[in-house]
Design a binder for this molecule. Structure first.
Ligand code: PEP
Length: 251
């Protein structure tokens, strides 16, 4: 049985406090307890607490966009997974391509972050994805497979691990891979995960990269796509909810 879809919103470094709370206020009552998908929103770190207060009691979960590997200490500007758990986060994105590029995070660092997140009860959303040059060179499966091998901790399962496939060239560009290409990468990720966990089938593998209401039905219906990681379109409640409602119903 395929896992229940997860629709994750990555708000990146956008919105102000009022805008973040207004967005959360629009989402919270619109996702009923009977929804056929799970939803998480990942606001900028300064807005985790006010957004968490708005989401209190709703099925919409709170997530963060990154975490440090340490619990505490001399790491100016960083946020620990213990702090994220303390303010009510359930998920944390690790290894987003913008972190890999802007902060030179490699697979070993991403894996350490995912392990640290787990040790505080957070569910890491581990991001992988090839660049355009890697895809054009026919290396997409190899690159993504290596990232999974290096970035995903061993021994996790569908209850405590999410993977997101985000082709770097599709993020924020309006371009998406073909459904056949998405299917090929997701199937490969599932295979590589099998070496890491006996529950590879239970791990949710999200697709991310220019998901919007107009393409969500098609992308979310692809085999081994268990939800979406959404950037730009997650900043508009109507679009994000439309994407979530495009997910196939799986009981
Ligand atoms: C992202 O940054 O995770 C993302 C998928 O962005 P967008 O949906 O805007 O392409």
């Amino acid at each position: 049985m395929a896992p229940r879809p997860l629709i994750a919103g990555n708000w990146k470094m956008n919105l102000d406090r009022e805008g973040a709370c207004t967005l959360a206020r629009a989402l919270a009552p619109s996702v009923g307890a009977g929804a056929s998908f799970d939803m998480v929103v990942c606001p900028p770190a300064p807005y985790l607490i006010p957004v968490g207060e708005v989401l209190e009691g709703s099925p919409v979960c709170l997530g963060a966009q990154d975490c440090h590997t340490a619990d505490a200490g001399a790491h100016t500007g960083d946020v620990s997974p213990a702090m994220l758990a303390d303010v009510g986060c359930r998920y944390v994105i690790v290894g987003h391509s913008e972190r890999r590029a802007d902060h030179r995070e490699d697979d070993a660092m991403v894996r350490a972050k995912a392990e640290a997140a787990r040790s505080h009860g957070l569910i890491p959303i581990v991001c992988v994805g090839e660049t355009e040059a890697e895809r054009e060179a026919g290396r997409a499966l190899q690159v993504v497979g290596e990232q999974i091998a290096g970035s995903v901790p061993d021994g996790l399962d569908g209850t405590n691990l999410v993977v997101a496939y985000e082709p770097v060239w599709a993020i924020g560009t309006g371009r998406t891979p073909t459904v056949d290409d998405v299917a090929a990468v997701h199937a490969h990720i599932r295979d590589v995960l099998a070496a890491k966990t006996p529950d590879a089938m239970g791990v949710r593998i999200l697709y991310g990269g220019s998901v919007k209401p107009a393409n969500a039905v098609e992308l979310l219906a692809v085999a081994n796509v268990d939800g979406a990681l959404v950037g730009g379109a997650s900043l508009k409640a109507g679009d994000f909810l439309a994407i979530a409602r495009s997910a196939p119903v799986r009981h």
